[in-house]
Design a binder for this molecule. Structure first.
Ligand SMILES: [Cu+2]
Length: 547
């Protein structure tokens, strides 16, 4: 079966239209107490491009069976959400019918990481739901080694006390995160702070869109394909990074969106396994190589990061905005001066991303905007606005914890003896080889084995030091942090630095990034990890404990 190429897709000339995603339905709402959802994880079938056969997926589905693509949970600050997550992927692990195939025509295999340091083996069809960016108790965070087995369910409690933000829920099953997310187990979690936002009059309603960017391989029968291969096909060790050929935006391949010549709020999420995006707008529909780099006559401002609104709108540089896997960015875009025209959102960096400059050779179109010439409801925005007060976290008195990021050819730390493959891993604070100097590669462990303990409410600096040739997006569970060095610098319209809260930060090859976090509001064990999903499955993930 041949795989569909991007050129073929463009040639088909009937790109799908995006419709605004509908939020999942609560079973009931009790004002001032909580909203109750019951969400099924189950096989679904969807059309991704007109004329192509339907594609089998796994979805987060409404309790009444209706499907929302992508799934969106809309929550309000201070109104908790209780979700019953039901694993209906199959009746048992052995009955799982996986929705995609890999190029060897066999089902996806685990990374074979466990059992080391007491890790529990997960199985195909297991599911874990993580609330990414959510401040939740450990029992509701989605522990990678405590899966929901097929036929079973868990209740998770999301307090929603944190500030409004574009968050997301996605699978986090040890060994299977990459393939479960690839199959479709991810969705938005939009936490609205209506009080705060009412005063700002940002584009809202039909002018406020969540947009998830992903990449996939599709064969001509409409099936998703996940590349397998790597060092030794006999062992089925998975590829160290998955890279798809086709853009999947809100569950549609290379779609278009009808917009009016006014302001829009675009909540962009990189939900890809490995692919980084350098987000740019192109002056016409798809790329004419001779016009590469030409920015349309639109105003673009960045108003939010992972943790919600920034202190001030930040200037968008027309040569692009880097969005790593797991990160979110919110843009407000004014189409007022480009009525009756077509614009393309695209990326232009090489993948795996190692920091090479952007180039037309790496052109990857994502989403077309077809701008009309009438406005139903004019939207407004002023770049010279205070969005949110973000106090600086106090400098800690303790020395930073240093976490070294590594890629080494080494034995698989699980149960496949005698095989060495390229492994992404970390050397957490205080772990060295016997020489006391060389960072020691430590894969995911159940529980704490080295100095990754933090006192509740303490503020600490953590420095991620990247010894590899690749970018790694580092994500910490439990709380939002501030990037104190090595991150992207945002500037407002007066050239003054903009403050932001983050939960995921891209660490450049050979570089370091220091983040400052207040470890609150809960005690317990949480994970931090690289958000390249294949790296996470390899055990480029560790536990920290708040005591
Ligand atoms: Cu990584």
């Amino acid at each position: 079966m041949r795989n569909i190429s991007l050129t073929q897709l463009i040639g088909l000339n009937n790109r799908p239209w995006l419709t605004q995603p509908q939020p999942l339905k609560p079973v009931f709402r009790i004002p001032f107490l909580f909203d109750y959802y019951s969400v099924d994880m189950k096989p679904v079938s969807a059309n991704l491009f007109p004329g192509l056969p339907n594609t089998d997926l796994w979805g987060y589905v409404n309790y009444d069976g209706t499907v929302s693509v992508p799934p969106v949970i809309k929550a309000r600050r201070n109104q908790p959400v209780l979700v019953r997550w039901n694993n209906k992927l199959a009746a048992t692990n052995t009955a799982v019918n996986h929705p995609f195939i890999n190029e060897n025509q066999i089902p996806p295999m685990p990374m074979n990481m466990g059992p080391v340091c007491g890790n529990v083996h997960t199985q195909i069809g297991d599911a874990v739901v993580h609330f990414h960016g959510g401040e939740v108790m450990p029992g509701s965070d989605g522990r990678p080694t405590r899966p929901i087995k097929p036929g079973k369910a868990v209740f998770d409690w999301y307090p929603n006390r944190q500030r409004g933000a574009t968050l997301w829920v996605h699978d986090h099953t040890m060994d299977y995160t990459a393939t479960n997310v690839y199959a479709g187990l991810s969705g938005f979690y939009i936490l609205e702070d209506t009080q705060e936002e009412a005063a700002l009059h940002l584009p809202s309603g039909n002018y406020d869109w969540p947009i998830v960017l992903q990449d996939r391989i599709l064969d001509s029968s409409g099936k998703f394909v996940y590349r397998i291969g790597g060092i030794d096909p006999a062992t089925n060790i998975r590829v160290p990074e998955f890279i798809g050929d086709l853009p999947l935006v809100n569950g549609q391949l290379l779609p278009r969106m009808q917009v009016e010549p006014t302001w829009y709020r675009l909540r962009l999420l990189n939900g890809s396994n490995t692919r980084f995006y350098n987000l740019r707008f192109h002056i016409t529909d798809l790329l004419d190589a001779s016009q590469y780099g030409m920015h349309p006559d639109i105003d673009v401002w960045q108003i939010a990061t992972d943790g919600g609104l920034t202190s001030r709108p930040a200037q968008y540089e027309s040569n692009g905005l880097l969005l790593a896997p797991g990160e979110r960015v919110e843009l407000v875009v004014n189409f007022a001066r480009v009525g009756n025209s077509k614009i393309t959102l695209y990326s232009d960096i090489a993948i795996p991303y190692q920091g090479a400059p952007n180039s037309s050779a790496d052109y990857f179109p994502l989403l077309g905007f077809e701008v009309g010439n009438s406005i139903l409801q004019a939207q407004h925005f002023s770049p010279d606005t205070n969005l949110r007060h973000i106090p600086d976290l106090p400098a800690p008195s303790t020395t930073p914890k240093i976490v070294t990021l590594l890629e080494k050819v080494e034995p698989i730390p699980g149960d496949v003896p005698g095989i060495s493959t390229p492994q992404a891993s970390m050397a957490p604070h205080g772990s060295f080889e016997a020489d006391g100097v060389t960072p020691k590669s430590m894969h995911y462990c159940e529980g704490i084995t080295v100095g990754e303990t933090v006192v509740l409410n303490a503020t600490e600096d953590w420095t991620f030091s990247n010894t590899t040739g690749d970018f790694h997006p580092m994500h910490m569970h439990l709380m939002q942090f501030q990037v104190v060095s090595g991150g992207q610098n945002l500037m407002d319209c007066n050239g003054v630095p903009v403050k932001a809260m983050k939960d995921t930060v891209a660490v450049p090859p050979g570089g370091t990034v220091t983040v400052r976090a207040k470890f609150s509001p809960y005690k317990g064990e949480y994970v931090y990890h690289c958000h390249i999903l294949e790296h996470e499955d390899m055990g480029m993930m560790r536990t920290f404990k708040v005591i």
